[in-house]
Design a protein around this ligand. Structure first.
Ligand code: GDP
Length: 459
């Protein structure tokens, strides 16, 4: 590499695509508790997005300098005993298909069960790296003799943990980190300036159809290249001389049959793509409208700083005004709250309607996402905000904004230096965001605002 092909910040970002570690296990073994304990210690959830119902199924972990995404696959727990095995099989399958390392969690209180054994066999056959943990080993004294039973699973040395107290979680993390693949160097990237685009959305929204439509129309697909994450396949397409890297298209091209129908699963899979994307194309089934699940997926993309283009697909099915209005009502209601700035496009992957317009929207969103606002414009904004804004007062204390500076791009990030940062609540933050959005053009991109305490010396 010559010096001028040094990695751009965007590439650096993409390089850090994190491995996924999934927790699998019977209901009530303590998956969620372990999950919370592990991320509680090392949690770095980027930002709270107002209006998003937080779904605690994934979190970012860092241990000994290695970062990974921890996923609790216990999305929907079965109600009856007879469903447990089916449930566990599905869960394990999800983990096998998506995770880099699997934590198989069992429980000393119930001991080794037949379904544990069956799932263990499944995991073994997959040849994925597995860490076996036995939970609820709450007392630190003598080891419960039942513990040794777990060697029978053939998954190596079990690790005794207590999700409640946190015993053993350090050992567990050590083992996980040891099993993560070496951080790979950037795959020689012939197209350093390609924009990374992820196609996300619920099952049956039309993601595959859209992807095929894009490929079908394109006689200049550059290549399929293996992404930095194992099993990820990227497809580069060219439009008007620009390159777009469709990230992690493996799942879209080759659909997994049964599990595709689990909403939750498609969400987990989407995470990996979102991780590396600059722009997320959220495919919505317009005949259904924007659902809560769409909103969640969008929340994840926003959290990870992706620009968003909402594609209202299957528009061809909306053949009368009433249906069209019903769809737009869901757009207003669901996007209005969370991301009123998101741009949307009515398309049909089936007929090809407006599919070509997607690229211009992607470009526009990328532009606002990477923009820098000049200091003088920010200063003017702050002056206006001071003069015509509402202030926050708490007793004798009054919030004062000293100055603001742009501390990042992709997405645009601003830090406000204030006298009392604790006075800044969600409402006020949203207010400032709205004011910024009406002053500057941030269409299609999330923005981040930080408020830091700073004494004004030269008042
Ligand atoms: P995915 O699960 O998101 O990949 O969705 P698919 O691409 O498999 O599409 C699900 C179903 O919706 C299939 O039966 C498609 O033929 C159908 N479909 C996809 N896009 C459109 C569209 O624009 N219009 C209509 N009418 N049907 C569509």
């Amino acid at each position: 590499r010559s010096p001028d092909t040094k990695l751009s910040p965007r590439q650096e970002e993409r390089n850090m695509s994190k491995p996924i570690v999934a927790i699998v296990g019977r209901p009530n073994v303590g998956k969620s508790m372990l999950f919370n304990k592990l991320i509680g210690q090392r949690l770095s959830i980027v930002e709270d997005t107002p209006g998003v119902t937080r779904d605690r199924i994934y979190g970012e972990c860092e241990w000994c300098g290695r970062k990974f995404t921890l996923v609790d696959t216990g999305g929907i727990e079965p109600r009856t005993d007879s469903q447990i095995l089916t449930f566990m099989r599905e869960q394990a399958q999800i983990a096998i298909e998506n995770a880099t390392v699997i934590i198989f969690l069992t429980d000393i209180k119930t001991g080794l069960t037949a379904s544990d054994q069956e799932v263990a066999n499944m995991l073994l056959r997959s040849r994925k790296p597995i860490v076996l943990a036995v939970n609820k080993m709450d007392s630190t004294g003598r080891v419960d003799p039942d513990f040794y039973e777990f060697y029978n699973l053939g998954l190596g040395d079990p690790i005794a943990v207590s999700a409640v107290h946190g015993h053993g979680t350090g050992d567990l993390l050590d083992d996980i980190v040891a099993l993560l693949p070496e951080e790979e160097d950037e795959v020689a990237d012939a197209l350093p300036d390609a924009l990374n685009v992820a196609i996300i959305g619920r099952p049956n929204a039309g993601k595959s159809s859209l992807f095929n439509r894009i490929l079908g129309a394109d006689r200049s697909i550059v290549s399929n290249i293996a992404g930095t994450t194992r099993d990820a396949i990227d497809t580069v397409v060219e439009r008007n001389g620009k390159h777009y890297r469709m990230v992690d298209t493996a799942g879209i091209r080759k659909k997994s049959t049964v599990y595709e129908n689990i909403e939750y699963y498609s969400m987990v899979r989407g995470l990996r793509a979102i991780d590396r994307a600059d722009v997320a194309l959220l495919v919505v089934d317009a005949s259904v409208g924007v659902t809560e699940q769409d909103q969640k997926v969008m929340g994840l993309a926003i959290e990870r700083g992706c620009a968003i283009v909402v594609l209202l697909n299957k528009w061809d099915l909306l053949d009368d005004d009433r249906k069209r209005e019903a769809c737009m009502e869901t757009v207003d209601r669901r996007l209005g709250v969370m991301a009123p700035w998101a741009q949307y496009l009515r398309i049909s992957a089936l007929t090809g309607r407006s599919v070509e317009k997607i690229w211009a929207m992607v470009d526009a969103a990328e532009k606002t996402r990477s923009q820098k606002i000049s200091t003088s414009r920010l200063n003017t904004f702050l002056t206006d905000l001071r003069e015509f804004g509402h202030t926050v007062v708490d007793g004798k204390r009054r919030l004062r904004m000293h100055y603001v500076t742009q501390t990042g791009v992709n997405p645009p990030t601003f830090t406000f230096f204030v006298n009392h940062s604790d006075l800044v609540n969600d409402t006020y933050q949203r207010y400032v965001e709205n004011r910024m959005r009406s002053t500057f053009d941030f269409a299609g991109t999330p923005i981040r605002l930080f408020f830091r305490k700073k004494e004004q010396k030269d008042a």
